[in-house]
Every structure is written in C-alpha cells, then in structure tokens.
Design a protein around this ligand. Structure first.
Ligand code: AMP
Length: 224
C-alpha cells in the first residue's frame, strides 16, 4: 500500500492507523534515511546535506534501501509505504520489483490544500526519542512541549523550518506529483482521499471504507 501525498498531508499519521488495522509494517523512507544520518553511517553522511535542505535523496540509494526492506519476512503479507515512491523513476522501479512477487500495489492519495499544508507544517513538532508527531494546532500533547509517551522535550524537525518547507513543496510539485500519472498509466488501483478538511480519524475511516468496498482489505488482510 502506497501512502501518497505532499509533505504535511498526514501520511505518517494515516500509516499508524493502517498498521494497527491491517497488522502489516510501515516503511517510512524518511525515518530510515534520518536514522542513517543520526547513526553517521556512510549513507547518512552522503545524504545529510540534501536532507537538511529538504531535497530528495538520489533514487538509486532510496530504491536499494526500500527493496532490501521489502525482502524481509515481516513484509510477506504486504506493507505500508510512507514517503515512497517520490519520483516517477522510483515508481517504475517499484512496479518492476512487485511484478516479481505476489504483491500488488494500491495507492492512497491524500489530497490537501496548499495553505492547509503550510499552516500544518508550521505547527509540527516531533519527539526526538520515539518519533511521535504532534501539532501545536490540531494534535497537542497533554503537557505543552513534552511527549505524551516518554516526556521528552518536543522539537521542530530541521526540514520543517518555513524556508525548507517551501523548498520541499516545490520539489513535490516538480518531481513527486507526476508519480500519480505513472501509476494511472500503469492501471494501478488508486484512491483519492480529501485530507484537507477532516480530522485524522475521519480520514482513516474514509480510507477504510474505500478499501473494504473495493474488496482490497477484506478478511485475508485484516487481523493478521
Ligand atoms: P519525509 O519524512 O517522508 O518527509 O522525508 C524526509 C526527507 O527524506 C525528504 O525531504 C527527502 O530528503 C528524504 N526522502 C524521504 N523519502 C524519499 C524518497 N522516496 N526519495 C528521495 N528522498 C526521500
């Protein structure tokens, strides 16, 4: 399952709901790449500057990381891709990879208004310890500035700063939006979900209904 949408469209939040519902893992390329940067690996050092500037990491590096992850046993019943593919080249590679497996792709496109994204991302905070996301407007922690789960002080991610947010949205328009066209051309199952005006739970219910009524998330998937 590909969760697709611009930065700030709520992919990470929906991924958490879907993981709980379907019992399949979330694969967030952003999280994987940030972990490499944090651990100072060779890959981490090579991509750090691009990540800080909100620019995409080269396709070859991301594809390798994702395909290695998809081969692991916990993905044999499927997984939720959060933040991948992000270029038509990545989409083509993914479709090619899946052809050789029993998996098929379903794309959920979270559609959000530009201004809504800007205001959402301005309020975004993250727990540096467990990665839980909060929002100063729509999803506040119980205690101001502290993570509900481990009490760590919340932070603004480097790439959530206003100037970087704009760079990320520009890059999304130029490089990532065309991915939807690649999926459409390839006849991939695609659901568009209005994610501007509803809260996260309501958005999840819409996704669930779409998947259930199309028979894509029936008994064979749910409750693993
Ligand atoms: P995210 O947490 O998904 O917003 O990703 C944070 C950053 O990681 C992005 O701004 C990119 O620098 C990098 N990144 C994540 N996923 C990809 C991808 N599929 N292709 C290229 N770069 C990526």
């Amino acid at each position: 399952m590909v969760l697709f949408g611009s930065p700030g469209s709520g992919k990470g939040t929906q991924a958490k709901y879907l993981v709980k519902w379907l019992g399949i893992p979330q694969i967030s390329t952003g999280d994987m790449l940030r972990e490499h940067v944090r651990n100072g690996t060779e890959l981490g050092k090579a991509i750090e500057a691009r990540m800080k500037a909100g620019q995409l990491v080269p396709d070859r590096l991301v594809n390798e990381l994702v395909f290695e992850r998809l081969h692991r046993p916990d993905c044999r019943h499927g997984c939720i891709l959060d933040g991948y593919p992000r270029t038509p080249e990545q989409a083509t590679e993914l479709m090619g990879f899946l052809e050789g497996t029993e998996m098929t792709e379903v794309v959920i496109h979270l559609v959000v208004d530009y201004n809504v994204i800007i205001s959402r991302m301005a309020g975004r905070r993250v727990c540096p310890q467990c990665g839980t996301l909060y929002n100063a407007i729509s999803n506040r922690p119980a205690k101001e500035g502290l993570c509900d789960l481990d009490g760590a002080g919340l932070m603004v991610r480097d790439d959530d700063r206003a100037d970087v947010v704009r760079a990320r949205l520009d890059e999304y328009e130029a490089l990532t939006r065309p991915v939807i066209e690649s999926f459409r051309k390839a006849g991939v199952k695609l659901f568009q979900v209005n994610a501007s005006d509803q809260g996260p739970q309501a958005i999840f219910e819409t996704i669930r209904k779409d998947l259930e009524t199309s028979g894509l998330a029936g008994k064979e998937l749910v409750g693993r």
